[in-house]
Design a protein. Structure first.
Length: 319
């Protein structure tokens, strides 16, 4: 090898090492950034809470009797308590790290239990609860006490008044409980639709269908579907399954059924091809032995071939 060739190869190796090092460095910085900024936001409530917060507007009639409950000993030093209104507030952070005011205690004799839901006057079980988030307290004759001013300011404004127009509060929200449940429902419904159709289609094509031009065309179409981008299936679901389900079900837009049907169409080619391959590895001797003992084709398929291929089918059709 000439010196020129050696230098050129060394240059290529150097470029490769530098490029790989830069890639590893960038990935490492991304991982560090995600861990540094995301670990503090992870907690169990993220799984148990819904994403959308439920907002309430609490009004109150003229207050004549206030709370007589002294500050509880279990409250932390940074909890701000109002003996007059019997409520303790704390400055905190939401799922995104933004400042909020959280309710940490409400006395049994708090006049806030006498609030009513201004958005639904028939809601007889309406009340503010611990872990609710207070956004603002609105008064008639002075500016509102907003959460951006902190819990201490809000308590001081409440203590200075005997009446308020409304309290805007909500659940925390920001969780993924609804997304997890919806995902499980979608996966389950997709499997219920796709597995029987895909497996029985593969059984027909491999065990019963004659090898002719029609079956070759069907197999070619199945192979073609495995290479179609998922965005195309999504557009098909939006154009076909969403209108279909909104017409025959109470749904008014995209829903679990339309999503599951779309995912089932995406999975069908994979399930059919994987199941066919699992059936093909079963030795023909099994089939011949079953037929020689007097079993027909259907009995051989469902009592001999399918049980033998079942482990491979379950492995091939897993998510």
């Amino acid at each position: 090898m000439s010196n020129k060739r050696k230098k050129f190869d060394k240059l290529l190796q150097t470029i490769t090492y530098i490029s790989a090092s830069v890639g590893v460095l960038i990935l490492s910085l991304i991982v560090v950034f995600v861990i540094r900024n995301g670990v503090g936001l992870i907690n169990f409530d993220l799984i148990t809470n819904d994403y959308h917060a439920q907002f309430y507007n609490g009004g109150i009639d003229e207050v004549t009797t206030f709370s007589n409950t002294p500050r509880p000993n279990e409250l932390a030093t940074d909890d701000i308590y109002s003996e007059k209104w019997g409520i303790a507030l704390r400055d905190g952070l939401d799922r995104e790290g933004k400042p909020i005011i959280e309710v940490v205690f409400i006395a049994e004799d708090s006049p806030l239990y006498a609030m009513y839901d201004k958005n639904n006057l028939e809601n007889t079980e309406f009340k503010i609860e611990v872990e609710n988030i207070i956004s603002s307290v609105k008064f008639d004759d002075k500016p509102s006490a907003l959460s951006i001013y902190g819990a201490e300011y809000m308590i001081n404004e409440l203590d200075a008044e005997n009446q308020f127009r409304e309290i805007v509060f909500s659940s925390l929200g920001g969780g993924i409980r609804g997304s997890l449940i919806t995902t499980l429902y979608t996966i389950g419904l997709t499997l219920i639709i796709a597995l029987p159709i895909g497996i029985f289609s593969a059984i027909y094509l491999n065990e019963f269908a004659k090898k002719n031009r029609l079956t070759r065309i069907i197999r070619s179409m199945i192979e073609m579907l495995t290479g179609v981008p998922s965005i195309i299936f999504g557009l098909m679901g939006l154009a076909v399954f969403v209108p279909l389900t909104t017409r025959y079900t109470p749904a008014t837009s995209a829903n679990l059924i339309s999503g599951s049907l779309t995912l089932a169409v995406i999975l069908l080619p994979i399930i059919i091809r994987s199941t066919e391959e699992s059936l093909k590895v079963i030795p023909d001797d099994f089939r011949f032995a079953s037929l020689a003992l007097g079993a027909n084709n259907s009995q051989t398929t469902f009592k001999v071939v399918l049980p033998s291929a079942l482990p491979g089918i379950l492995t091939a059709t897993r998510f």
